[in-house]
Design a binder for this molecule. Structure first.
Ligand SMILES: Cc1ncc(C[n+]2csc(CCOP(=O)(O)OP(=O)(O)O)c2C)c(N)n1
Ligand SMILES: [Mg+2]
Length: 300
């Protein structure tokens, strides 16, 4: 086996490179790295509190040129992004991409009203939710993106989470926005293609990116990509696109890896019983079947 000096994999064209403020093995860092490579320099990022903010705000540069970042309050990333876009257009700049870059807590929960309002007005922005399935910057508190049966620090002592993950993609699709897509750090080509596609469109574009978190999920830092890959192959995080709320396309066929292969690698699922695993498999299969139906697949 050959060993590679990780520095060699970075080129001049990197936006996120060591030393940076992300944890080793952080999925969100990879997501931002790929996203920026695809969308490029003509960009303003609006970032609420979360793991990305301290690592990136007023620190991001490309080939020595600073990239504009604005720190927003937790609850209104999408509204600020819409306002910045309008101001740029009024000043004659119609090219700069305005991007809300927010975690699942800021998107699924606290900023949800703002996301829905901006989507309903079809604000001309790209909104990216990097999903590490919890309030990870403050220590793995439960969000509505945290999966059923995970241990989070805000659950009653010793109890796993009792609610299923919110189906944010169905909610966003119901807004009939021009573009909504899932992506994963395990599939950079697919992620970058979707980022480029979003860049080429107008109106509200929503990307939901699976970004495993070593600290909150409890896995060694070398398993980030393996877990993101497994999330697809267990069908727990399918890769798909929805255009105008109706045209669904599934982008990759899951192998049907048993969910236990995924859950057993993460400490947050340590209280998962065999019965609960069967139930999670059932729900996952139902959601997958529904997605296939929406995408027009023959499911029999
Ligand atoms: C109104 C408000 N409530 C709480 C906080 C504290 N806080 C800062 S980051 C954070 C977690 C954010 O979670 P998420 O949006 O999922 O991003 P992640 O940290 O997982 O990257 C919290 C609760 C805050 N800054 N503002
Ligand atoms: Mg989070």
């Amino acid at each position: 086996m050959t060993t590679t000096n990780i520095q060699l994999r970075y080129t001049e064209d990197e936006y996120i490179k060591p030393p940076h403020g992300f944890c080793p093995g952080c999925g969100a860092a990879l997501a931002l790295r790929y996203f920026l490579k695809a969308v490029g320099d003509k960009i303003v990022l609006i970032i609420p509190p979360g793991c990305t903010a301290p690592a990136v705000i007023r620190k991001l540069e490309h080939k020595g040129v600073p990239i504009d970042t604005i720190g927003s309050p937790f609850g209104n990333v999408a509204i600020i992004a819409g306002g910045v876009k309008s101001a740029l257009v009024l000043s004659g700049d119609t090219e700069t991409q305005v991007v809300g870059w927010a975690g699942d807590g800021a998107t699924f929960d606290i900023g949800f009203g703002a996301v829905s309002a901006a989507a309903e007005r079809n604000e001309d922005i790209i909104y990216v939710c990097y999903d590490n399935e919890g309030y990870q910057n403050t220590g793995n508190q439960r969000s509505s993106a945290s999966p059923w049966q995970t241990i989070n620090t805000t659950n009653p002592s010793g109890m796993p989470k009792m609610e299923f993950k919110k189906d944010i993609m169905s909610i966003m699709a119901a807004h009939a926005i021009p573009y909504a897509a899932t992506a994963s750090v395990a599939f950079p080509d697919d992620l970058m293609r979707k980022a480029e596609k979003a860049k080429g469109m107008a109106g509200f574009r929503f990307l939901h990116i699976m970004t495993p978190c070593t600290q909150g999920w409890g896995f060694p830092m070398n398993l980030t990509l393996e877990l993101a890959r497994m999330a697809l192959h267990t069908k727990i995080f399918p890769l798909f696109e929805v255009e105008n709320g109706v045209n669904y396309t599934i982008n990759k066929k899951p192998k049907g890896t048993p969910l236990s292969e995924y859950t057993k690698l993460q400490k947050r699922f340590r209280f998962m019983s065999d019965e609960a695993l069967i139930e999670l498999e059932k729900i996952t299969e139902e959601r997958w079947n529904r997605l296939q139906y929406l995408a027009g697949y023959n499911n029999t």
